[in-house]
Design a protein around this ligand. Structure first.
Ligand SMILES: Cc1ncc(COP(=O)(O)O)c(C=O)c1O
Length: 379
């Protein structure tokens, strides 16, 4: 790709930090993990941070630590990454898909209560594309129905709601550091929580169920290897130190895209600000106007890729995935999810994207939209 969809922002100091870990005998469960965990907890403003091998691992451990198991129902959006529902199925719990708001594409609080049953145990609140969900209403519903809340902040590190960082509102919050994220550890994730008992359980579960009081090779619980290596943590520490600059550059890129594409009537652009919230820009996703079919959108994606410009569908709803056709799930009316997902189109978006590259992406997109429009007109 001439201009990829995403790219990590790796500096010389990151390379040096990783190399210096490789010169030590401690490549896992060492001082960098501790430093990274403290740094994440401090950044979010919570008591405990636990490094894990991925965002998925973090979500799975939250499900386990909250005792969510067979037959328990958990409310989740379908307009998100498949991991959100997968971690429930690992434990034989039932994902209950609830629709999203058309503007922010986050769980619609107005539709949650109708989906709650005697079996409902929790809500997974995803901060889609880095825009915080309507937390005060969702937390209020959870409180009234005695439900746990897992905040999936995998796409939203640094985002804020009412001036507080997301991740710290629920029983636990989860971040992900895959290379397309705002900051990366290569692969990796972190769980944050104010609940120290839950933090100890998660620490044990990520390390084969070995609790703090267990002896060497003694395992009190059934656990996993979800550890995060010192190499990943060294990279994460440096990235987290630069996060303010990274987030403001990403916001600047989103503004530039909006400025350049504002005139194109075939597009609905992402909103740059939402009341009570600070967005942490994860991806830049535009939506095609209502008159265009999904086939046309897919053609546009293909044509952009053919021109060397990374472009992708974000997201294909979970309930429509082949892996979910025979799964034990419950769904409510998902018409907003289905319609909006068929119109979404992600454009190249990463910290080091240059202004000339933004011009090139927008120029090509406008041309491709024009072509797609004339193809549509001629049938
Ligand atoms: C909303 C959401 N949840 C969970 C994950 C899973 O994170 P990971 O890929 O690190 O397992 C992602 C990753 O993109 C995500 O976007």
């Amino acid at each position: 790709m001439k201009i990829p969809l995403s790219a990590p922002d790796i500096q010389e100091e990151d390379i040096e930090a990783v190399a210096s870990v490789l010169r030590t005998p401690r490549l896992s469960m060492g001082p960098k993990l501790e430093e990274f965990e403290h740094a994440i907890a401090r950044y979010v403003g919570v008591e405990n941070g636990i490094g894990v091998s991925s965002g998925t691992a973090g979500l799975h451990l939250c499900v386990r630590a909250l005792g969510i198991g067979e037959g328990d129902e958990v409310i989740v959006p379908s307009f998100t990454f498949v991991a959100v529902a997968n971690v429930l199925r690992y434990e034989k719990a039932v994902p209950v898909f609830v629709d999203v708001e058309p503007e922010t594409l986050n769980l619609d609080p107005g539709r949650i209560e109708a989906a709650i049953t005697r079996r409902t145990k929790a809500i997974v609140v995803v901060h889609t594309f880095g825009c915080p969900a309507e937390l005060s209403e969702i937390l209020d519903i959870a409180r009234r129905h005695h439900l746990c809340v897992i905040e999936d902040a995998c796409e939203a590190i640094g985002a804020e709601y009412d001036g507080r960082k997301v991740g710290g509102f629920g029983d636990a919050g989860v971040f992900a550091f895959y290379p397309n994220k705002q900051i990366t550890t290569g692969e990796g994730g972190a769980v944050v929580t104010e609940n120290s008992r839950m933090a100890s359980m998660i620490r044990a579960l990520r390390n084969q169920g070995r609790t703090e009081s267990d002896d060497w090779f003694q395992h009190s619980e059934l656990g996993y290897n979800y550890r995060l290596s010192e190499i990943n943590c060294a990279l994460g520490i440096g990235q987290l130190q630069r996060i303010e600059a990274i987030l403001s550059r990403r916001e600047e890129i989103a503004r530039k895209y909006n400025d350049k594409l504002r005139e194109n009537e075939n597009l609905r652009l992402p909103v740059l600000s939402v009341p009570r919230r600070k967005i942490s820009w994860f991806v830049y996703v535009v939506r095609l106007s209502g008159a265009w079919s999904q086939t046309r959108r897919d053609w546009i994606v293909k044509e952009m890729n053919r021109r060397g410009i990374g472009c992708g569908r974000y997201f294909a709803p979970i309930h429509l995935q082949p892996a979910y056709q025979f799964a034990s799930v419950r769904r409510t009316d998902l018409s907003v999810t289905e319609v909006q997902a068929s119109r979404c189109l992600a454009l190249p978006f990463f910290n080091r994207l240059q202004d000339e590259q933004i011009d090139e992406v927008c120029g090509n997109l406008c041309e491709v939209l024009y072509l797609a429009g004339s193809l549509a007109a001629s049938g």
